[in-house]
Structures are given as C-alpha cells and as structure tokens.
Design a protein around this ligand. Structure first.
Ligand SMILES: [Zn+2]
Length: 259
C-alpha cells in the first residue's frame, strides 16, 4: 500500500499503514480497512483510520483516552443533526464557526482532548432542557424521548422530529404520527401524566426563570426532589406527581417572591 509519512505524536516513531485487523483482531468489522498504526504498537497504543481510496489519514494518531474522547465528541455532535435541530451540513458549518476553524481543520478526528471537550460542551449547550429532563427524569417522566420537539414557525406551537439514530429503542424508519404512537405505547395513566405535565409546565417554566441555579443550590435540589425523586414507585404515580408539582409551584413562588 502507498502511504504518507506521518509520525506518532506520542513516541515519535513512524506510523505504518496497516489493516484494521492489526488493531481490532478477529473483532474487526472491516478487517482490511486501512489504518495508520504506530510502529511500536501495541507498546505504544496509537492509531488512526485512513481513507480507503486516497490512503490519507482521517485525522491524527490517537491513544486510547483520546480515541474515547473523540467518540464522545462525535456522539455529542451527531445528536445536533440526528435530532433534527440542524441539517447535517448546517451542523458542520456551525461547528466550524463556533471553533473558528477552516473547513479542512474542523474534523473531530484531528482534535485534541481539549478540543473534544469544547465540542461536547458546545453541543450539550444546545440541549439544556433535553439533557436534564430525559436523564434525570427516567423512568416516569419525559416519555416523549424518541421524539425531539422545538419551537415551530410562527403560528405553529411545536415542530416534532423523530430521532432516526441507531439506538435500539428508537424508531428506525417510516412516518409515525405522534398521536398514534402515544396511543399505542402509553397506558391511559401515562397519557394522563403527560396531559397534566402539559398543563403545569408553562407556569413552572415561567417561575423557574426567576431562579439563579448557580447561586441557589438548595433551590435546585428542591426542584429535582419534587420533580424526579419524591416518588413511591409502589403507589399510583399521578396523584404523587400532582401534589409534587403543586408543592414545587408553591416553593418557586416563595423563592422568587411571585404571588
Ligand atoms: Zn507511538
């Protein structure tokens, strides 16, 4: 194979163009895929994938911690377009602009640990509500998980997108009407919970804007407690939810001096 001359950034040895089976062994999904691998591998555990046609490396050689970071950064970034928040092309332009990098430099495969963390932070900042709600709120809250909603055009309350990623629990194809999906997948009680949630959220949301979470850790804890933790899972959920939300509303009014 024709190869380019690159060096391992960790030990300075030459990187050799080798098949994926060298690093992945029998587990390699594509054993012949080209990789640049440090000549001292496996003592120096550093490599990077290459383009099959041009034999050019897809980034810089990375050791295990950096490879992990790049995977995490990719995951955070892919969510931007897989969720429907941006088109894929837009997402790449957005990343270039945010990092102030030219197109040829704006590839996660070229990024350092520091850069990857910056990417993860930037991408996560696009999803503040979703991050908190869907992870803290399991198992009862936010069953709308396979969908992503964002404010719609003027005159429409929301646009709802379907997550089309490869997560086993998500949909993988076809058009699904949200209403039908809800009826097929939610019990009557869970639909009642969502209806109740829709009713209380606008006011809670308004009150929450008056709380400074950076300074008010006790307040933050109270919110998490009422919304996510204060449930006896052996008892019916809806009455507990209603009383928790009433308590939370009262707490927020007192905290923000509203009403
Ligand atoms: Zn090396």
């Amino acid at each position: 194979m024709k190869q380019v001359n690159i060096k391992c950034p960790y030990c300075g040895s030459r990187a050799l163009l080798r098949p994926a089976s060298v690093v992945y062994g029998p587990k390699a999904t594509d054993p012949a895929a080209p990789y640049y691998v440090c000549a001292r591998y496996p003592i120096c555990d550093s490599y990077v994938a290459a383009h099959r046609d041009t034999r050019l490396p897809m980034g810089t050689l990375a050791n295990r911690p950096l490879r992990r970071k790049r995977i995490d950064a990719h995951r955070a970034f892919d969510r931007l377009w897989k969720s429907g928040l941006m088109a894929k092309k837009e997402a790449y332009l957005w990343l270039q602009a945010k990092l102030d990098l030219p197109e040829r430099e704006a590839h996660i495969g070229k990024f350092s640990t520091f850069r990857c963390e910056e990417v993860i932070q930037l991408c996560d900042d696009c999803f503040p509500a979703v991050n908190k709600a869907s992870y803290e709120g399991r198992p009862q809250m936010c069953r709308i998980y396979p969908f992503f909603a964002c404010p719609g055009e003027r005159g429409k309350a929301f646009e709802v997108f379907q997550c089309m990623d490869d997560h086993a629990a998500h949909f993988t194809g076809g058009k699904v009407l949200v209403k039908d999906w809800l009826y097929e997948n939610f019990s009557k009680e869970r639909r009642a919970i969502m209806t109740a949630e829709t009713a209380v959220l606008p006011e809670l949301g308004r009150l929450l804007q008056g709380v400074n979470f950076n300074e008010d850790k006790a307040g933050l804890f109270q919110i998490l407690h009422n919304r996510y933790y204060n449930y006896d899972l052996d008892e019916p959920f809806l009455p507990q939810y209603m009383s928790n939300m009433a308590a939370l509303e009262k707490f927020l009014r007192a905290r923000t001096g509203d009403g």
